[in-house]
Ligand binder design. Structure first.
Ligand code: GKR
Ligand code: MG
Length: 412
């Protein structure tokens, strides 16, 4: 089955002022929607980052795929590799770890692979989960992903202290039924964030908790916080930068360490495993080269005793569907996955109905392929928003400095 056309559409959607170690989310989040069309009339969907330097590579790769067979993913990967070129490194926002050439190729390839799997599922009349080995769970649990935030045009209000976090968690859990909680930290001095976690522990005694300061704590701070939160955390995510720093912390804190920053491509795995730097890897098909490659990495990690969870950035329904098929087929993903879905507040490019949360979990979409349909009107509106919004590359730090000119990424 041959690829005859590939459409690449950048879009923008409203994003609340969520705070993180890199600054604050701009009012518009960017994504790129990929549609792969075949000579048999089937179309597959993919979703990826919207930053301009990435978009340029996605557009260039799209041209190289025409004429290839959707079954021949090795040929598709080779075409993307050639199109990206040698030594090119893209990805600057800094919250998903080091940028490498391998990661750049895997990021560009991912939406095309997902779209091809969508096509193959539609051709076979089976959901993507069946192409990945079949389901090991009927629904994928996600965590309530809390952020410190300014007030915005969203239902959650401001959250700048423990009471604000507890109120945000309650609103999100009431609406989605989440059974575990992640706090994006690295915003306030660690003692304030420890107080936030302890308030969440008191308010939600039965729910697993995690905190992720995106590597802005020193090794000493990470060890101190690790001891202060002994018995409180399910895992501590990226407290400090680098494999060596994480290994030092891991040897001295009582809880597992998780990462989506110090292990982000295959080349990081041997060292991280040898040094016992992390115990939980947050897999993400958007930069680990699509669903099949991400599933392979997950299985490889499990071989070495690592547990698996899943990372997310601001995303829409094509990504949520893909994440759900992957986690539904991958038994070694045993922790609730991250999702930014609540922060999108109903905005989507997929038609309503296929994706829903039941007790914090998303039932695997039943339809063939990804099981979601593109809402062309929504796509057109979001593309127009992209054309008009002026944002071309995510820049949380620049946006923060438009309010606080002296702001710098913290180190605690
Ligand atoms: O959306 O601000 C955010 C997050 O901080 C995101 O960019 C991170 O990549 O969710 C992420 C994480 O777990 O590090
Ligand atoms: Mg993280």
């Amino acid at each position: 089955m041959k690829i005859v056309d590939v459409a690449v559409t950048p879009i923008a959607f409203r994003d609340p002022p969520l705070l993180n170690a890199a600054g604050v989310h701009e009012p518009w989040a960017l994504r790129t929607i990929v549609e792969v069309v075949t000579d048999e009339g089937l179309t597959g969907l993919g979703e990826t980052y919207g930053d301009l330097d990435h978009l340029v590579h996605v557009r260039a790769a799209a041209k190289e795929l025409v004429g290839l067979d959707v079954y021949h993913q090795n040929a598709v990967y080779a075409a993307v590799t050639r199109s990206v070129g040698a030594d090119v490194v893209v990805d600057r926002h800094g919250l998903i770890g080091a940028a490498t050439h391998e990661k750049t190729v895997d990021r560009v390839y991912s939406p095309f692979e997902v779209a091809c799997l969508d096509i193959l599922g539609k051709a076979a009349g089976r959901p993507v989960v069946d192409l990945l080995g079949g389901r090991v769970r009927d629904a994928v649990p996600y965590s309530a992903y809390l952020f410190y935030k300014w007030p915005g045009d969203d239902p959650y209000g401001a959250a700048l202290d423990p009471a604000g976090l507890v109120a945000q968690a309650r609103a999100m859990i009431d609406r989605y039924g989440f059974q575990s909680i992640k706090l994006k930290g690295g915003v306030f001095p660690p003692e304030q964030e420890v107080a936030g976690i302890l308030a969440l522990r008191e308010a939600f005694p039965g729910l697993p908790l995690r905190i992720d300061p995106n590597a802005v704590w020193t090794v000493d701070t990470s060890i101190r916080v690790g001891h202060e939160l002994d018995g409180v955390l399910e895992y501590l995510e990226d407290p400090t930068p680098g494999i060596d720093g994480m290994a030092t912390v891991a040897a001295r804190v009582p809880m597992p360490l998780a990462t989506n920053m110090c292990v982000v491509t295959h080349e990081h795995l041997p060292e991280a495993i040898a040094k016992r730097a992390v115990q939980v890897l947050l897999i993400d098909h958007h930069y680990w080269g699509g669903l099949v490659r991400a599933a392979h990495v997950a299985t490889l990690c499990a071989t070495f005793g690592l547990e698996l969870s899943m990372h997310s950035n601001s995303h829409l329904g094509i990504s949520l569907a893909a994440m759900t098929h992957l986690a539904a087929a991958t038994s070694v993903i045993t922790h609730a996955c991250d999702t930014h879905t609540p922060w999108q507040n109903g905005q989507d490019v997929v038609a309503p109905g296929a994706l829903r949360f039941v007790n914090g979990a998303v039932p695997v979409p039943e339809g063939p392929g990804l099981g979601v349909e593109l809402d062309r009107d929504a796509l057109a509106v979001m593309h127009e928003q992209y054309e008009k919004c002026g944002v071309r590359t995510r820049d949380d730090g620049g946006y923060m400095r438009s309010f606080k000119p002296d702001w710098k990424r913290p180190v605690w």
